[in-house]
Design a protein around this ligand. Structure first.
Ligand code: NAD
Length: 272
């Protein structure tokens, strides 16, 4: 098979540059396009030069349609509104769409699911092997430890530039805990606490958010019971783990039938 041609949207972003580096070092994949916002300073520059891997002969453009027309897949770590638009273009072009963007509203998630009727989409709040494995362990721990005895709290820290909270990963881990308990996260999540909150509601899944410095992503799921606490944690030292996961997802998605898949599908970790 020929190399899979990938477009990176948000090519000048923190993840965009990491994605270009990951594609450059992956056998079977190549960068065929790079897209940035209209008016972004990086438009017109060589995508490889910007990402520090030397010239790739791919000029960053603000025209996604032209870039998608010559690609087999798109890697998208941008912003929710942009991702919804890209899902429509990717479906039209019949190419795989790997979505790492977090902070989508319920309505935006519905629009992405609608696009997945015609396109192969892999979407995950975290593309790393470690966090997806952690989510399986969290689901198992939540299933094993009785909700009447064990309180679940999800703690996360990210760099100062992050714009959404709780992180997509914290929500992914909270969802895994809710699944383990056989409940809906939305019915049980306590995302913010301030002032006189009263006692902790039974069965709540709590979230706490820290922001600062250059932290790539730290997550802990704490199951606090009578006389003992279980803590399951992940530390991301480098964005490369997300980028390599996204490239792996694109290669996995190539030629697969339309649908909305997750990293658990890609990694073969999906509960049966
Ligand atoms: P960033 O701000 O550094 O990069 C985003 C880039 O997208 C910017 O360069 C911006 O100009 C570009 N962009 C925005 N709208 C665009 C448009 N319409 N067309 C083209 N480009 C556009 O942010 P980041 O730290 O790289 O994170 C990006 C997203 O990825 C966030 O939602 C973040 O939470 C998420 N993220 C997900 C994972 C994961 O594994 N799923 C890991 C890390 C980050």
């Amino acid at each position: 098979m020929t190399d899979m041609g990938l477009v990176v949207v948000g090519a000048a972003g923190r993840m965009g540059q990491s994605l270009i580096r990951a594609i450059a070092e992956t056998k079977g994949a190549k960068v065929v396009g790079a897209v940035e916002r209209e008016g972004a300073g990086a438009v017109g520059r060589d995508a490889g030069e910007l990402a520090g891997v030397g010239p790739l002969g791919v000029t960053i453009t603000s025209d996604p349609l032209a870039a998608f027309a010559i690609a087999d897949g798109v890697l998208d770590f941008t912003a929710p509104a942009a991702t919804v638009a890209f899902a429509g273009y990717a479906a039209q072009a019949r190419i795989a769409h790997v979505i790492g963007t977090t902070g989508c509203s319920a309505e935006q998630d519905e629009q992405i699911a609608a696009a997945a009727r015609h396109a192969t989409i892999v979407k995950s709040g975290n593309m790393s092997l470690g966090v997806n494995l952690l989510s399986v362990m969290v689901r198992q721990a939540a299933m094993a430890l009785d909700a009447a005895d064990f309180d679940i709290e999800v703690l996360e820290m990210h760099h100062r530039h992050k714009v959404d909270a709780p992180s997509g990963t914290a929500l992914l881990l909270g969802k895994a805990a809710a699944e383990g308990r056989g409940v809906e996260l939305d019915d049980n999540a306590v995302r913010v606490r301030d002032g006189h909150t009263g006692p902790r509601p039974a069965g709540a899944i709590g979230f706490a958010t820290l922001r600062g410095g250059a932290v790539v992503g730290d997550h802990s799921v704490i199951l606090a019971g009578p006389g003992e606490t279980v803590t399951l944690s992940h530390h991301a030292a480098d964005r490369g783990i997300f980028a390599r996961g996204a490239v792996k997802a694109a290669l996995w998605a190539r030629g697969r039938k339309p649908g909305l898949y997750s990293m658990l599908d890609v990694l073969g970790l999906q509960a049966s």
